[in-house]
Design a binder for this molecule. Structure first.
Ligand code: 5GP
Length: 177
């Protein structure tokens, strides 16, 4: 069984979520937003973040997949698309982690075809070293090193999503980097 080592505590996450919520409330003051949750990994971050928002809010969900186990396949599959009409709306895409940026790139291109008034991205975690597509979140919780992370919604083969902090994973037999 792999071992986990916490890199971001639940308290640090709460503080970051409050800060991001305050930034979003300030930037969109007087407007409403459509917040989009990128399933599965973002579901906990999304539900915490939207409860920090004091703006008129609609939510919707989409599901994308590019990882198998701890590796990005490089091929992005959008498995489920939103129901909302985004034309003319201020849309905020909420993502758990941006690594290569390929997932967001595909989602953003598809969203732009729906003619939103604005489209911004809020990511809890940004692994900037892994970037292959030119995507930079408008709101970022933490810059993180290039380790595979789990917890706070992030999984390893479906496990560890319920851990309250964010942890790096040490595979069996390996040292923590
Ligand atoms: P990207 O397309 O930017 O390479 O990856 C985005 C998606 O890959 C994220 O939404 C997440 O589902 C998954 N991902 C990227 N890095 C990690 C990681 O360190 N841990 C986990 N559990 N998923 C990751």
């Amino acid at each position: 069984m792999e071992e986990l080592s916490e890199v971001i505590s639940p308290g640090e996450i709460s503080e970051a979520v409050r800060r991001l919520g305050a930034e979003i409330n300030r930037d969109y003051a007087g407007r409403g937003i459509l917040a989009l949750c990128v399933l599965n990994g973002s579901f906990i971050f999304f539900s915490d973040l939207i409860r920090e928002l004091t703006l008129p809010l609609e939510v919707d969900f989409l599901r994308a997949r590019s990882y198998s186990s701890t590796e990005s396949s490089g091929e992005v599959k959008v498995e489920c698309w939103l129901k909302a009409d985004i034309e003319g709306k201020d849309v905020l895409l909420v993502e758990d982690i941006v690594d290569t940026g390929l997932t967001l790139n595909v989602i953003i291109q598809r969203l732009m075809a729906g003619n939103p008034k604005t489209l911004k991205v809020c990511a809890l975690l940004d692994k900037r070293a892994g970037r292959k597509a030119e995507i930079n979140p408008d709101y970022t919780g933490f810059l993180v090193d290039d380790h595979f992370l789990v917890g706070y919604g992030l999984d390893l083969d479906g496990r560890h999503r319920n851990i309250r902090g964010v942890c790096k994973v040490r595979p069996p037999g390996a040292e923590f980097p």
